[in-house]
Design a protein around this ligand. Structure first.
Ligand SMILES: Cc1cc2nc3c(=O)[nH]c(=O)nc-3n(C[C@H](O)[C@H](O)[C@H](O)COP(=O)(O)OP(=O)(O)OC[C@H]3O[C@@H](n4cnc5c(N)ncnc54)[C@H](O)[C@@H]3O)c2cc1C
Length: 482
């Protein structure tokens, strides 16, 4: 363990997903680091968010696969048991115990102080009655909190958040989910596959309202087919709990009842209480503004949800490497957000990277929009995919893709290739020059851009406009001979 002095090289405020990562990088580089954390070291992702939810999804998807045996291979009888899932999640999180993470932190030479930290000027943090001074940097990585809608009556009920559901030992018979974004849809589908009667309420006009409308439609139809009730374009006006049952009243007057109420209406950054006034930063801002090196000002850095650049672990981890390199005086790339992947791990998965069509049009970019339906691809036909698509938003002038959405089996994995293409601004003519494995899901991108199986693709899907649009585009701006 390092010395007990109050002066260290770096203070990390919030040892969550991003704070733990940057701490370990700086400790391995030989710096003296103290981490301040009131809750579990590792933060949201391993205990209450990405990892346990994906473990639940893995379980629910195995039920779906098994049920499909009857369509594809013969007969299967399936009995689900939530205890198996609860046990795996308990093992994953060490029953929400971070002693392993603290040990790892200390083995790397760091020290964790339990408590909320507060800035007291540009070099100082007060936590747990102790004062620490940073010689090199203070990194703020305090994350975000669930956003609670101001619904009358809601605060008086024992509604669930995503934290409660990750620790759920027994399934309810029925659940109302307020919020049809990624978490609401992912968890709703998991529970529906385990037999829970699920209703999702979304205030905006469709599920996954920030995604492409085609993707929302694919997902909404899939959820409805599984028996999930969806109410979109309506607000909850009142919530209540009486005689062991939750009730919510919708804007149109309809009343819904369920055993449990889960609120997944988004997240928000809370800057109050961090002592930001001591460094002249407005604590009523929506997030902490950062530059391309993750600097807020001077030696104060911020990474993760608190920067408002995307509420994803991968955003925080990306920023963590940039901030660590900058603190260590190493050459590094500048932070850029033109290719942020957004992943919804439902079945079908929805993966998007870069701009949606609406965002590109709003930005005044001359776009060409290309949509290839998955059922009309070779792999889609073989796999029995009933709906899904790849949507590409191309810049008419530059011969590059600015945004892409994949809705379908392994949609997030298929997005990987588009993630690279958009990040590196690979010309569409170059994407056409790749040899794609046959018949893979990712080769849908090859079919979409006309790289692959051109003759057969157009024969099977004569109404597919994409190849013609891209032909025109590439000939105008690209290098077709490449
Ligand atoms: C249900 C769900 C599923 C998700 N699934 C995914 C996914 O599949 N993939 C993905 O990329 N993202 C996912 N996310 C988002 C992801 O979990 C977050 O973006 C990520 O954990 C944020 O990391 P962070 O370091 O910014 O904050 P956190 O991990 O939240 O860490 C912040 C830490 O700061 C501490 N803190 C707060 N105030 C103070 C203070 N004053 N002093 C000291 N410490 C403080 C907190 O206790 C906390 O531990 C999911 C989120 C949810 C809710």
């Amino acid at each position: 363990m390092k010395k007990e002095s109050g002066e260290v090289d770096v203070i990390v405020l919030g040892v969550g997903t991003s704070g733990e990562d940057i701490s370990l990088q700086l400790l391995d580089a030989g710096l003296d680091v103290v981490g301040i954390e009131p809750s579990l070291v590792g933060g949201e992702c391993p205990y209450w968010a990405c990892l346990p939810s994906k473990m639940m999804i893995r379980a629910a998807n195995s039920l779906k696969e098994a049920r499909q045996v009857n369509s594809f291979a013969g007969e299967a009888k399936i009995t689900s048991n939530w205890n198996v899932v609860a046990k795996r999640v308990g093992d994953l999180t060490a029953n929400w115990n971070d002693s392993g993470a603290i040990k790892r932190y200390e083995e790397h030479g760091g020290r964790v102080i339990r408590g909320f930290g507060k800035l007291d000027g540009p070099n100082t943090v007060i936590a747990d009655g102790q004062t620490f001074t940073a010689k090199k940097a203070i990194v703020i990585a305090t994350g975000s909190r669930p956003l609670m809608p101001p619904v009358p009556g809601l605060a008086d009920t024992e509604f669930w958040t995503t934290h409660s559901i990750m620790q759920m030992k027994e399934l309810p018979d029925s659940m109302i989910i307020m919020g049809g974004g990624a978490s609401g849809c992912e968890l709703g589908q998991v529970l529906a596959r385990f037999g829970v009667d699920i209703t999702i309420i979304e205030m905006r006009d469709r599920l996954l309202p920030d995604e492409e409308p085609e993707a929302s439609e694919v997902l909404e139809n899939a959820l409805i087919d599984e028996g999930i009730k969806v109410h979109s374009g309506t607000e909850v006006q009142k919530a209540d709990f009486m005689n062991g049952s939750f009730s919510v009243k919708l804007a149109g007057g309809q009343e819904l009842n369920a055993d449990r109420l889960l609120v997944t209406t988004g997240r928000r950054v809370e800057l109050e209480g961090l002592g930001l006034e001591s460094i002249d930063i407005d604590e009523t801002s929506d997030f902490l503004p950062v530059d391309e090196n993750m600097q807020v000002k001077g030696n104060i850095y911020a990474i993760g949800d608190v920067t408002g650049k995307g509420f994803y672990s991968h955003v925080g981890l990306y920023q963590s490497s940039i901030a660590a390199a900058h603190i260590l005086g190493k050459v590094h790339h500048s932070a850029s957000y033109h290719a942020v992947p957004c992943a919804t791990f439902t079945d079908p998965e929805v993966g998007r990277v870069g701009l949606t069509e609406a965002e590109a049009i709003d930005a005044g970019i001359p776009v060409a929009v290309i949509v290839k339906q998955l059922p009309l691809t070779f792999r889609g036909m073989v796999h029995g995919v009933e709906s899904g698509m790849v949507k590409l938003i191309a810049d008419r002038k530059k011969d590059i893709i600015l945004g892409a959405t994949v809705a379908g089996p392994y949609g997030v994995e298929i997005m990987g290739m588009l993630n690279l293409a958009i990040h590196a601004q690979i010309p569409i003519s170059e994407l056409r020059s790749i040899m794609y494995a046959f018949p893979s899901f990712y080769s849908t991108i090859g079919e979409a851009v006309g790289a692959y199986g051109r003759g057969v693709t157009t024969a099977l899907d004569p109404s597919y406009e994409g190849i013609r649009i891209l032909d025109a585009l590439v000939h105008t701006v690209g290098q077709p001979g490449k």
